[in-house]
Design a protein around this ligand. Structure first.
Ligand code: ASP
Length: 327
């Protein structure tokens, strides 16, 4: 009898614990990432930790200003990514990792969930903010993706801000390149791609991603970040995704599109779809993370690495930034 009562009590308690308090869906939401990888507290100085968190805060502030003012998800993700491109600590825009030959070759993409219009650029060498050029490709051309020196030329003609290639190079990334070439690779040298996904007050989704790619990559190598469906995807009918990690694996697993397909066709939550897809990446041998915002308002900031620079803000006043897995 005692066993029976104890059993009933336990069942009742666990039923209560799993009952979620219904929370109103926020009017708008913004998620950002600043790259995933091996991030250990022991290897991060207090200054670096604070600098990364401040950078994430600044990007959240820029994006949420757009959303709180009734602006579009598309403008919000661009605003957040612009801040991170300009921040030398992240691997996008200034402070990007360098190719084996010591040059920054930048990739970026953006997608509008309203009509699945998309724009992407690869191997950019002189456009100060590659995400602006991705947006330009989306809005001002009939194409989706441009790569190589022609992108820089098109950007100059379009009146976008052009900078000398040295603008992107920071002492930290030069050191990281030297280490990679000498075979003394440090985990923190590699990552820092940036991305954002948002849902605006009209319920529209958008996603954007920008990167320098992988430290010491061979010139000409392009990863997942500018590939629509791999590093970036947005569709109001399913979800918005921005990815970061070992690009080759993210391309092979069509990560961003696969997550949205799972949401749309299998009715999965953002977190379940992200987990299932990251498990696939892991099975192939890849590591990384994703930020996902589903049309139903469910969110995921998931990784199969030891950390991911990330942040979240919404209209309810909720605001968080994190670095390590256990945060
Ligand atoms: N996914 C990027 C690439 O492969 C790198 C990263 O996210 O760290 O180019």
């Amino acid at each position: 009898m005692r066993v029976l009562i104890a059993g009933l009590m336990a069942a009742l308690l666990s039923a209560c614990a799993s009952m979620e308090t219904p929370v109103a869906k926020p009017e708008w939401t913004l998620l950002i990432h600043g790259g995933a990888g091996v991030m250990r507290r022991a290897e991060m100085t207090a200054e670096m930790d604070a600098a990364y968190r401040a950078g994430l805060d600044e990007a959240l502030a820029a994006g949420s200003k757009v959303l709180a003012g009734g602006g579009d998800a598309l403008d919000a993700v661009q605003a957040a990514v612009l801040v991170l491109e300009d921040n030398p600590n992240f691997n996008a825009g200034r402070g990007a990792v360098l190719t084996r030959e010591g040059v920054a070759e930048l990739d970026a993409s953006i997608m509008d969930g309203r009509d699945r219009k998309a724009g992407a650029v690869a191997q950019v060498r002189t456009v100060k903010n590659p995400i602006r050029m991705a947006r330009y490709v989306m809005e001002k051309t009939d194409r989706v993706m441009f790569a190589g020196p022609d992108v820089d030329e098109m950007a100059a003609k379009a009146g976008l801000e052009i900078v000398p290639p040295e603008y992107f190079i920071t002492p930290r990334r030069l050191e990281a390149l030297k280490r990679a070439m000498a075979g003394t690779f440090e985990p923190m040298d590699r990552y820092g791609t940036v991305g954002a996904v948002a849902m605006d007050a009209k319920g529209n989704l958008a996603a954007a991603t920008s990167t320098g790619g992988m430290n010491a990559k061979p010139p000409g190598r392009v990863g997942d970040s500018p590939i629509i469906g791999a590093g970036t995807y947005a569709d109001n009918a399913s979800c918005a995704v921005s990815a970061t990690g070992d690009g080759e694996y993210f391309i092979r697993a069509s990560v961003a599109r696969m997550i949205c397909a799972r949401v749309q066709m299998q009715g999965m939550s953002a977190a379940a779809a992200a987990q299932a897809t990251l498990d696939e990446v892991k099975a192939l041998g890849g590591t990384g993370g994703v930020i996902v915002l589903s049309h139903d308002g469910s969110v995921a900031l998931s990784m199969n690495t030891e950390g991911m620079f990330r942040g979240r803000v919404d209209s309810t006043g909720r605001k968080e930034v994190g670095i390590y897995t256990d945060e």
